[in-house]
Design a protein around this ligand. Structure first.
Ligand SMILES: N[C@@H](CCC(=O)N[C@@H](CS)C(=O)NCC(=O)O)C(=O)O
Length: 343
């Protein structure tokens, strides 16, 4: 056999892999989609409402809570994100309905609505006649409700925009939860993201968090800085909420009526609970109005239906793992909770 043939044969697996990667990457090509309802698109469906969502995703929780409050039944398509076990969001099942590769996606008669804040507005508009109204009739209150929805939304590039909304402050505070949940996910699964995720920074971050582990989180200066910045930003958003609740006298943000503003904030508090950082922001003496408000939110049937009944074992594992790690390491506790000196 000539040396040329031998070289050709030994290169074949590598060439095969590259060709496979190119074909797969093409199949998983992503493009962003405009927020809101898309009547021009129609996807296969069995039920009037269908929801592509994930147990942990903040935005998915918001849409689920809204649908539960409105009594809207839907067909559920759970899509794993890497935190809950696999990169299903960059596979055809989700990419076919959302080329943006994110959850949640709400379908109404097969037509998609993109972005959770748009989904809750849409659902509130086309809710059955006997459903409670989640939007105030009075224009001034409606406008204020929109501001509270925006202030809790997750927008583009959240890590750089924590000061703009509480929703943007949450991903930074979720890093410890990501770090503990990812302990249980194999490197192979994260590798799928390195190969095909449109934003390589995300799988790289998960890889790094897994390699370092929660015990070394405080020693990762950029991560510690991000957590501190997110915590300070959330403090400002929560102070504003505390003041509003004091003014309205509760029980809800705008007073007597439970609205989309409350739907949107419920999930912020749930994320703080999941990330075992609730006490840092709420206690009997620190923000008493907001603390009582969160207790009221948890007592709504929608909390059980849309949050607790969708809980994922890895979330509770991650939560308790953070608690143990904080108890073992004062440096980690200070990094996650701040100190009198650094806030
Ligand atoms: N602004 C969008 C955010 C959508 C989004 O970023 N979803 C996250 C989960 S909360 C996601 O699907 N991430 C998957 C990934 O980036 O791998 C919304 O409100 O729906």
């Amino acid at each position: 056999m000539s040396s040329l043939v031998v070289a050709g044969l030994s290169a074949a697996p590598a060439v095969g892999l590259i060709v496979w990667w190119l074909i797969e990457s093409r199949k998983r090509m992503r493009h962003s989609v405009a927020p809101g309802y898309h009547g021009e698109l129609e996807f296969p469906h069995d039920e009037p409402f269908e929801l592509y969502h994930n147990a942990l995703s903040l935005c998915s929780m918001k849409t689920r809570v809204c649908l539960a409050e409105l009594g809207i039944a839907y067909k559920s398509h759970h899509i794993d994100l890497i935190e809950t076990g696999a990169y299903e969001n960059i596979r055809p099942k989700l990419l076919d309905v959302n080329p943006g590769g994110t959850v949640p996606v709400l379908l109404h008669h097969g037509h998609p609505i993109y972005e959770s804040h748009e989904q809750i507005r849409y659902a509130a508009k086309c809710a059955p006649a006997d459903a409670p109204s989640l939007v105030p009739g009075e224009p001034a209150l409606r406008e204020e409700m929109e501001q509270w929805v925006d202030r809790s939304s997750l927008t583009t590039d959240p890590l750089k925009n924590a000061e703009k909304s509480a929703g943007n402050a949450v991903p930074g505070l979720t890093l410890p939860l990501f770090c503990t949940m990812i302990e249980k996910i194999s490197y192979w699964r994260i590798a799928e993201g390195l190969l095909f995720h449109f934003d390589k920074m995300r799988p790289m971050m998960f890889m790094l968090l897994k390699l370092r582990g929660i015990g070394k989180l405080a020693g990762m200066a950029p991560v510690a800085k991000l957590i501190g910045r997110s915590r300070r930003a959330l403090d400002v958003h929560l102070d504003a909420l505390e003041a509003r609740l004091e003014k309205s006298g509760g029980p809800w943000i705008l007073g007597d009526s439970f609205t989309l503003a409350d739907v949107s904030w419920l999930v912020i508090f749930e994320r703080l609970r999941q990330a075992n950082t609730e006490d840092v922001f709420l206690s009997g003496t620190l923000r008493p109005q907001t603390t009582a408000y969160w207790e009221r939110l948890k007592s709504r049937p929608s909390y059980v239906e849309a949050i607790l009944s969708h809980s994922h074992p890895l979330i509770e594992f991650g939560r308790s793992r953070i608690g143990k790690a904080k108890a073992e390491s004062p440096a980690l506790r200070e990094c996650l909770e701040g100190s009198a000196a650094n806030g």
